[in-house]
Design a protein around this ligand. Structure first.
Ligand SMILES: [Zn+2]
Length: 403
């Protein structure tokens, strides 16, 4: 078979990315180690490394221990060589972040909104913030790889259209198309829990974990599923509608039109409805007081539990049992290495995690339950934004399949 000029170009591009990936993963690393890892000759490695240094993607950061003879210099990724923007949208605010190649945010701005804000206006505001960040931090436009957007709702990952988000009041919003038109940058749109899971996976990846599930609880319940190191979308982007898996066929109605969804039984909605019921039966004077004053909110409910209200604590344990039941199903289906619980609801994790763990122990398949690590992440917005930006960064590091 004849090797064409195009074949050679592709091979060169593939080697270039492979070496960049190795430096990203194992740096600081010396040229001979790259040759050993790839099976390429040292002279080829040196040529490619020179190109990467020329493009400012890689830099020399010191010298390795000598194994006799001259000490080889060490190479590492230059995190400031390229950047991506991240954008996260909530009903009453949005965030924009400038993130480097290692996923570290250089700067983040949070902009409050008075809803409803039409998508076009919101996009314009976000693009303006991106421009301000870029100029303030003196990043040339050609160093920006693209924009990663995370929003709630059902997203078509191929078209970047938000098919529907009840939380944002969006239907068929062309997120990618609008931002690409405004910025001429590549745009990737992802469901927010998926972006969160991807950000978490990037942090966890050093442990070599392949299967990770992130679950969020709070105003709603969601799941982002990473299988074999890749976000799992399902055939229409709807995988991870974990909140609408059925826990109780005869349970309370859900806004999706069905009954007994996990979301009605393990979100803020459950806490408030159950508190109102039990307070009405005279079980807790404190909760009844909150109901009567119209002051029953997830925050005041949490305070009641903190102050020792036994009924509030009982309700958290009930929520833990429902959430645990959801976890049992995920564990039996996917056999993950790790499950991370995040979202606003985890402030109250000390009140429900024991029950979650006990439910998993009692109901999941024993071998699967023993091997999964379940942890709580009570960090802030950062990882949600990092995840969105890293989706763009990841694409940059992909080994090309064609020129
Ligand atoms: Zn539902």
């Amino acid at each position: 078979m004849r090797v064409t000029k195009a074949d050679r170009k592709l091979m060169r591009a593939m080697n270039n990315r492979q070496i960049l990936q190795l430096i990203r993963q194992y740096g600081p690393i010396a040229r001979p180690d790259l040759a050993f890892q790839t099976g390429l000759g040292l002279s080829t490695i040196s040529i490619i490394v020179a190109e990467l240094i020329q493009a400012e993607l890689v830099r020399e950061v010191g010298e390795a221990e000598s194994t006799g003879g001259r000490r080889p210099s060490l190479l590492d990724l230059n995190p400031n060589a390229r950047y991506a923007f991240a954008m996260k949208v909530a009903p009453d605010r949005f965030w924009v972040s400038l993130v480097d190649l290692k996923g570290k945010p250089r700067a983040t701005v949070e902009v409050p909104l008075i809803p409803p804000v039409p998508w076009d206006d919101l996009a314009q505001m976000a693009v303006k913030q991106m421009e301000t960040l870029r100029t303030k931090h003196r990043v040339a436009k050609r160093w920006i790889l693209g924009i990663g957007v995370s929003t709630s709702g059902l997203i078509d990952p191929h078209t970047g259209v938000c098919r529907s988000s009840p939380l944002l009041g969006w239907n068929e919003v062309p997120v990618r198309e609008t931002l690409e038109r405004m910025t001429r940058l590549d745009v990737l749109v992802e469901n927010d829990v998926n972006a969160y899971a991807f950000g978490m996976w990037a942090q966890e990846n050093e442990g070599g974990r392949r299967n990770l599930i992130c679950i969020t609880t709070g105003p709603g319940v969601g799941a982002g599923i990473i299988l074999e190191g890749k976000l799992y979308h399902g055939s229409q982007g709807g995988a991870g509608e974990f909140g609408h898996t059925t826990i109780d066929l005869h349970g309370p109605p859900c806004k999706c039109g069905r009954r007994g969804c996990l979301e009605v039984l393990a979100s803020d909605q459950f806490l408030l409805a159950r508190a109102t019921d039990l307070a009405g039966m005279g079980r807790s004077a404190r909760l009844l007081g909150l109901v009567k004053e119209g002051q029953l909110t997830p925050a005041s409910f949490y305070k009641a539990a903190q102050a020792g209200d036994e009924v509030a604590r009982l309700i958290y344990r009930e929520l833990g049992e429902h959430l645990g039941c959801g976890l049992v199903n995920l564990i039996n289906l996917f056999n993950p290495d790790k499950i991370i619980l995040g979202g606003e609801g985890v402030v109250a994790a000390p009140f429900f995690m024991d029950t979650v763990r006990q439910t998993v122990k009692n109901y999941a398949f024993p071998h699967l339950a023993d091997s999964v690590e379940i942890v709580v992440d009570d960090g802030g917005e950062e990882v949600w934004l990092q995840g969105a930006a890293l989706l763009v960064v990841e694409q940059f590091f992909q080994i090309p399949a064609s020129t």
